[in-house]
Each structure stands twice: as structure tokens, then as C-alpha cells.
Design a protein around this ligand. Structure first.
Ligand SMILES: Cc1cc2nc3c(=O)[nH]c(=O)nc-3n(C[C@H](O)[C@H](O)[C@H](O)COP(=O)(O)OP(=O)(O)OC[C@H]3O[C@@H](n4cnc5c(N)ncnc54)[C@H](O)[C@@H]3O)c2cc1C
Length: 468
């Protein structure tokens, strides 16, 4: 269909939803700005706009506030299903928390705990990994565990000295697979590193992501240890939403947005709302499902469709027997089997192990996402019986958290594949007329929670600029 006809049909459909009148002319606007998404980026954009006197409506598609912040309140140890660590350099997160009376508690120094590493049917303590026959890493890097090796190797090579350096780094934009191969890591060694990679595959993970993250870690480390939000990460977006009062509407999935010189019309849950501007504070997989008029073009369209999202699936499990006391081995594990990494969830007061979190990244997470909860529980039972016979496999699935294509987020967080950062970083963040974009994938400086806040603030400032 020709774009002009498509646009006319969209406007006609919107007019129908409005009861037959033209989209911009005969109805009073519902807000100055409509924000889609009640995660950190959307809520911070809304707070900044309200602060400057704008009338804002926030439309959240799901039935809860917080997006990729998800505190599992009912589970033993109250684990986080999503974002947890607040870096010292997270200025906007800390500012919002302070403004809303929420404390950020600095983490106590982590006690050095051993882990059990399971390669195939063989096992070794992490403390003995450097000398183990199972270890295929080159001599210089034998002390690094499989899930720490990439960052350990890349650290000394980091070409970035400032948080924005990644935006002009075409010459360093190679895949992590090529980088490790050049450093002498065999295919077998790379396969072990790939298991719990914080992305989907070494081949599609640009080193720009690694050095960008390491540069941010380095800045944070000079300031002190990271912290946690008191009571759980989700308390912050909940407080932000509460401060916005009845502006936030749940169960209102945005399905279409149309903009012209006069304003925007946003369709959500069978209703159409009008405003001067909108902010779509959505992860790209969710944004790609929203019909936009005008539609994004060129590299922006490509980025919305194809920007990789790290797939993560977590199985929060309860063990019926304290098998780590029976077999005398560390509770936590790294495995090259389907459960990948198994973290011990500890009681916050006494540090005792109260549950487990099997944390699966990348291609394995996409595979496991095809299973229902009961099949996931059976798989966990088989794996615990294999890895820790003393457990008898008697683990119970308390909750599966799916940060996968099947969720509202489409994944846990963005990363760039080789070649994408230089081509997409700038165009993908552009406003489309009166439609502004936000979300962690669009931050220039930070990543994660602070990146989400940064992107929301940028969208709000751009709107305030054009409205002035
Ligand atoms: C497992 C995990 C661990 C993490 N760990 C950390 C960490 O330790 N430190 C850190 O800084 N960051 C961490 N992060 C990243 C951090 O949580 C995110 O970067 C941040 O919360 C993203 O906020 P956002 O506003 O960009 O997106 P989201 O939080 O995803 O918000 C988007 C919102 O839009 C809603 N939505 C989607 N589609 C529609 C629609 N059509 N209409 C209306 N609403 C819609 C969603 O339901 C969601 O509420 C982690 C993330 C995960 C998943």
C-alpha cells in the first residue's frame, strides 16, 4: 500500500474512534504530553515535564509499574527479577530516590565465595580453576572464570576514557568472538565464555559494548561500591508513579500513534487520546509493534526492528533439602548445561541460603522460553539431580521470570552487534516530528537504570525546548 493511502486510512480510523470528527480539530486535547511506558524512562520524562507545568498522561500497557524493575516481593530473600545495582555515578536515580524519600543502601563488600564450575560431567571449584585440566584458557588468563574472562581480558585494552567515547569508535568495533580469537582463545575456550555471556552470542556482540561498560565500571569504582534501593528496586518507579497521581493509567497498551504539525493522537486500549507531543518510552521490540505515522525510516527503522536485546530467563527455585550442607560444596554454580549460572539467594539479615536463581542468558534463554513453567521445573529438577546428587533433584519452581521475546520488554537490555553502534546510535534516538523516543537503549552516556533516566530526561528537555 502506498504510504499516503496508509496514512489516510490511519487518520480515518482514528477519526472513527473519535466519533467521526477530524483527529486534531474538534476535540480538546487530553494532555500536553502523552507518555507510553511506566518504566524508569517514561516516568522520569513525565516527572520532568510535570515539574515544568505540563499536563501529562502516562499509559502503561501491563498491569504494573516498573517495567524491567521487578522485585519478587513474595519470594524468600526478596530477589530482584530485573535491575538491581545502583552505581555511585547514577546521579538521576539517586536524585529521584532522594526527592521521593527512598534510600539507596550501599552494598556491603561482597564476601569472596567459591563456586562450583561444572564442565560436562566434570566439576571443579572456581578456586582451583586456574590449575584445572578442564581450563582451556591461554596461560595469562587461566585465573578468570568462564563468565568473567571476556571483561578480564578486555580491561587492559580499553580504548575508552570517557563515557561518550563509544559513539565514535568505528575502528574498535569488532565482535567479541574475533577479539578473543586474536587473544589466543581456542574455539573450546570461546564456547565456555559464550555460555553465560551477558548478550546473545560472542559473534553478534560488539566489543564497543564491553569497553563502554568497563569504562562506566571504572568511573563507578573510583566513587565507591554500588547500592540497592531500600525495599527493592521496584519501590523507586512505584514512588515516581505515585508522585504523578492519577496521570498514570495501567492496562493501557498503546497500539498506534499519529502525528502532524498540530499534535499527536495516541490509540490505547480502544481509546484515542490527543496531545501536543508524545514520548514513547518503550523497548524497541515493543515500539516495533506500535503503528507509527509518520513511520520511522532508514537506519532508525532498521534499529527499531533489529537492535539486539540480551535474552534472559530466570528460574527462582526453592530447594527442599540443604544439599550444599550435605555435600559440603559451594551453593552457587556455573555450568555449561541448560541452567547456566545458579546463584544462591540469601536471607538479607543472616546471609543464609534461602533459594536459588538459575540465570540463563542468550540463545539458551530463547530455547527455554518455549517451555511452560511445569516443563521448566522438570528440567531444573533433572539438572539439580545431575549436578548435585545430594539434592535428590527436589527443587520447586517458585517463579520463572522471562525477559525474552515473549515479554513486554522483548529482552533484558540492548547491545550492539558489530557495525551497529556507528550506524544507528544517532539516528535511532531522533524524534519523529512530535513523537519523541526514550528508553535505556537510547542513552548516550550511561547504560541500564541510569541510562533509562537519562533518555527520559533528554526527551522531556527536547519537548520543553520545542514547546517554548
Ligand atoms: C535481569 C535484569 C537485570 C538488570 N540489572 C541491572 C542492574 O543491576 N543495574 C542497572 O542499572 N540496570 C539493570 N538492568 C537494566 C534496567 O533494569 C533497565 O535498563 C531499565 O529498567 C529500563 O527502563 P526503561 O524505562 O528503558 O524500560 P522498561 O523498564 O522496560 O519500561 C518500558 C515500559 O513500557 C511498557 N510497555 C511496553 N509496550 C507498551 C505499549 N505498547 N504501551 C504501553 N506500555 C508499554 C512496559 O510494560 C514497561 O513497563 C537489568 C535489567 C534486567 C532485565
Amino acid at each position: 500500500m502506498a504510504p499516503a493511502i496508509e496514512r489516510r486510512r490511519f487518520l480515518a480510523a482514528t477519526a472513527l474512534a473519535l466519533g467521526g470528527c477530524g483527529p486534531w480539530t474538534r476535540r480538546r486535547k487530553d494532555a500536553d504530553v502523552i507518555v507510553a511506558g511506566a518504566g524508569l524512562s517514561g516516568l522520569f520524562a513525565a516527572m520532568e515535564l510535570v515539574d515544568k507545568g505540563m499536563r501529562v498522561v502516562v499509559l502503561e500497557g501491563s498491569n504494573r509499574i516498573g517495567g524491567r524493575l521487578l522485585t519478587l516481593d513474595g519470594l524468600p530473600g526478596r530477589p530482584e527479577g530485573g535491575g538491581a545495582q545502583v552505581g555511585q555515578s547514577y546521579a538521576r536515580i539517586r536524585y529521584a530516590a532522594q526527592k521521593l524519600g527512598i534510600a539507596v543502601i550501599e552494598d556491603a563488600p561482597a564476601a569472596r565465595e567459591d563456586r562450583l564450575l561444572a564442565v560436562g560431567e566434570q566439576q571443579v571449584l572456581q578456586s582451583a580453576w586456574a590449575e584445572s585440566d578442564l581450563n582451556p584458557f591461554p596461560e595469562t588468563w587461566r585465573a578468570a572464570p568462564p563468565d568473567g574472562a571476556l571483561f578480564a581480558v578486555a580491561g587492559p585494552d580499553n580504548p575508552f576514557t570517557a563515557p561518550s567515547d563509544w559513539r565514535a569508535a568505528q575502528d574498535r568495533d569488532q565482535s567479541a568472538a574475533d577479539y578473543l580469537e586474536a587473544k589466543g582463545f581456542s574455539e573450546k575456550a570461546r564456547r565456555l565464555i559464550d555460555v553465560a555471556l551477558n548478550a546473545n552470542r560472542l559473534e553478534t556482540y560488539s566489543m564497543v559494548n564491553v569497553w563502554r561498560t568497563l569504562q562506566l565500571y571504572a568511573v563507578d569504582a573510583t566513587l565507591g561500591r554500588p547500592g540497592d534501593i531500600e525495599g527493592g528496586s521496584q519501590r523507586l518507579p512505584e514512588a515516581m508513579a505515585a508522585a504523578l497521581g492519577d496521570a498514570v493509567r495501567l492496562n493501557a497498551p498503546v497500539s498506534a500513534v499519529s502525528a502532524d504539525a498540530a499534535g499527536v493522537a495516541v490509540r490505547a486500549g480502544g481509546r484515542s487520546l490527543q496531545a501536543d507531543f508524545c514520548v514513547l518510552a518503550l523497548p524497541f521490540p515493543a515500539l516495533g509493534a506500535v503503528a507509527l505515522d509518520p513511520a520511522p525510516t532508514g537506519p532508525q527503522r532498521d534499529a527499531i526492528a533489529d537492535l539486539p536485546m540480551t535474552q534472559i530467563l530466570q528460574l527462582h527455585l526453592e530447594a527442599r533439602t540443604p544439599f550444599w550442607e550435605t555435600d559440603g560444596l559451594p551453593a552457587a554454580m556455573w555450568t555449561d548445561g541448560p541452567l547456566e549460572r545458579i546463584f544462591a539467594t540469601r536471607d538479607r539479615a543472616d546471609g543464609s541460603v534461602v533459594a536459588f536463581n538459575a540465570w540463563v542468558n542468550g540463545a539458551h534463554a530463547s530455547e527455554l522460553d518455549k517451555l511452560d513453567d511445569s516443563a521448566l521445573e522438570s528440567l531444573a529438577q533433572q539438572e539439580f539431580a545431575r549436578l548435585r546428587p545430594a539434592s535428590g533433584g527436589t527443587v520447586k519452581l517458585l517463579k520463572a521470570v522471562r525477559w525474552t521475546r515473549s515479554s513486554y520488554a522483548g529482552g533484558a537490555y540492548m547491545h550492539f552487534a558489530p557495525g551497529q553502534a556507528a550506524a544507528w546510535a544517532e539516528p535511532m534516538a531522533r524524534a519523529i516530528g512530535r513523537i519523541h523516543l526514550a528508553g535505556e537503549q537510547l542513552s548516550y552516556l550511561h547504560t541500564g537504570m541510569e541510562g533509562a533516566m537519562e533518555s527520559g530526561q533528554r526527551a522531556a528537555l527536547a519537548i520543553l525546548d520545542s514547546a517554548a
